[in-house]
Design a protein around this ligand. Structure first.
Ligand code: AMP
Length: 210
């Protein structure tokens, strides 16, 4: 079984949701650079203050800041991990290779229009970070998290204009990672349209047959 996994895919492709499942089932640590950065912004740390303007513009936070953040986290995950939203540039992928070997890079493939639709309908819990979709996975009660009762909100970078900017950044900076991991023989492509359960089933099938 793979224990050091990277989850690739455009913003809104379901990386966070699928990572959560894998981690719950196998006891891996879930490392989401987006969540770590949002927490740093929320609590006003020096990292958060530097990162905020890049995040608000839908741009990437500079490599050196994110790499340092991940390095610190990985040191505390001896039982395996799934990296969600990292690496996002070739520089980050190369830095990660120096920190540790990766067993599998799971690439969630979804087309752009579907993604924009998903993201502008996405709502996140302010308290526990759970993610909902108003169309496919709505909360039982509007505006309230099913898991913890926290308030649901729309991330400031989930509005359409910023979503389009993030897609552009993804194509320019993150897409090259697919051939990076492909050439190392550890890329698992998953056709990720459809429901959460179906996509998870496809991931598990690919993992088992690899
Ligand atoms: P996410 O929640 O993964 O969609 O990330 C939200 C935002 O955090 C991104 O649009 C970037 O501004 C920033 N971010 C997250 N992960 C990274 C990363 N690996 N490198 C640079 N910026 C990142």
């Amino acid at each position: 079984m793979f224990t050091r996994i990277v989850l690739l895919g455009p913003p809104g492709s379901g990386k966070g949701t699928q990572t959560e499942r894998l981690c719950t089932e196998f006891g891996f640590a879930h490392i989401s650079t987006g969540d770590l950065l949002r927490e740093a912004v929320r609590t006003g740390t020096p990292l958060g203050i530097k990162a905020k303007r890049f995040m608000d513009a839908g741009d990437l936070v500079p490599d050196e800041l994110v790499i340092e953040l991940v390095k610190l986290k990985l040191a505390k995950c001896p039982r395996g991990f799934v990296l969600d939203g990292f690496p996002r540039t070739l520089e980050q992928a190369k830095a990660l290779q120096k920190i540790c070997m990766i067993d599998a890079a799971i690439n969630l493939e979804v087309n752009e229009e579907e993604i924009v639709g998903r993201m502008i309908n996405r709502r996140s819990c302010r308290n526990c970070g759970a993610v909902y979709n108003l169309e496919f996975n709505p909360p039982k009660k509007g505006g309230v998290c099913d898991k913890c009762g926290g308030e649901l909100y729309q991330r400031s970078d989930d509005v359409e204009e910023t979503v389009r900017a993030r897609m552009k950044v993804y194509k320019e900076r993150t897409l090259p990672l697919i051939s990076f991991y492909g050439s190392r023989g550890i890329l698992l492509n998953i056709e990720a349209r459809g429901g959460i359960d179906e996509v998870y089933r496809k991931i598990m099938e690919k993992i088992r047959s690899s």
